[in-house]
Design a protein around this ligand. Structure first.
Ligand code: NAP
Length: 214
């Protein structure tokens, strides 16, 4: 049993991770600005803003693993890099592990590149978010070796509009976008969360990014 704190545990990715981790008997705390409409049984919900001094320290205190499932939108647009840097310092000092929910935009379309977000058909609306989360990955890769982090990029089509089913069957990849035989890159929220919590339980990607897709 691990003590897991999920920043953004009421969001799409974070909510799925909270549900999966709690179902496996982990001690889970979620932090977000608003309380959820529906609570997962056994999960402790804390309200707080990561931009407020002290909330990052509160997230790390007593945790074995801290999950960053915030999104660089709204008030967090342009700030996620500095939030993750503060979080990284606190996690390293505490000897905990950091798991980051990233984006598909920084994955490569093929070995050697280019990045998914560099493609002509990548939606303008997601370019800023993709760039911010790519920068977070670069910062983690450049971080002190003592920082124990992992970063998971979902498939290209991941979100509440494609919530899907919990199938328990998916593939893991490295830096290259995984696509199925039809050319689609997709993963349900529950299967993404299964892969994320698998990594928490059995670390296989220390200081690495990996991806999850069908
Ligand atoms: N295919 C893709 O590449 C893809 C698709 C979707 C998501 N993603 C990535 O997945 C990550 C999570 O995205 P998501 O769609 O799951 O996000 P989301 O549903 O918008 O959830 C964001 C969470 O963060 C919380 N939050 C926001 N601002 C906060 C603050 N200042 N302090 C504390 N909590 C705050 C929100 O709750 P409150 O509003 O109540 O605070 C919510 O729990 C992002 O990095 C995103 O880029 C990637």
């Amino acid at each position: 049993m691990a003590r897991i704190t999920v920043l953004g545990g009421t969001g799409y990715a974070g909510g799925n991770i909270v549900r999966e981790a709690a179902s496996r008997g982990h001690e889970v705390t979620s932090i977000s600005r608003n309380a959820p409409q529906e609570k997962v049984s056994g999960v402790t919900y804390v309200t707080g803003d990561v931009l407020d001094p002290g909330v990052v320290d509160q997230a790390v205190a007593g945790a074995d693993v801290v999950v960053e499932a915030l999104s660089p939108r709204g008030a967090l647009e342009g700030t996620i890099g500095s939030v993750v840097q503060k979080l990284s310092a606190a996690v390293q000092a505490a000897g905990a592990r950091l798991g980051v929910v990233g984006g598909a935009g920084s994955l490569l379309v093929a070995p050697g590149g280019p990045a998914v977000a560099a493609a002509d058909d990548f939606p303008d609306a997601f370019k800023g978010e993709a760039a911010e989360m790519a920068a977070v990955l670069e910062d983690l890769r450049a971080s002190d070796e003592a920082l124990d982090w992992f970063y998971v990029s979902p498939a290209g089509d991941f979100g509440p509009w494609a919530a899907g089913e919990h199938t328990g069957t998916f593939r893991l990849g490295g830096d290259v976008l995984l696509v199925d035989e039809t050319g689609s890159s997709t993963i349900s929220g529950a299967d993404f969360a299964q892969a994320f919590v698998d990594e928490i339980e059995q670390p296989a990607h220390r200081r690495q990014r990996f991806t999850v897709a069908y």
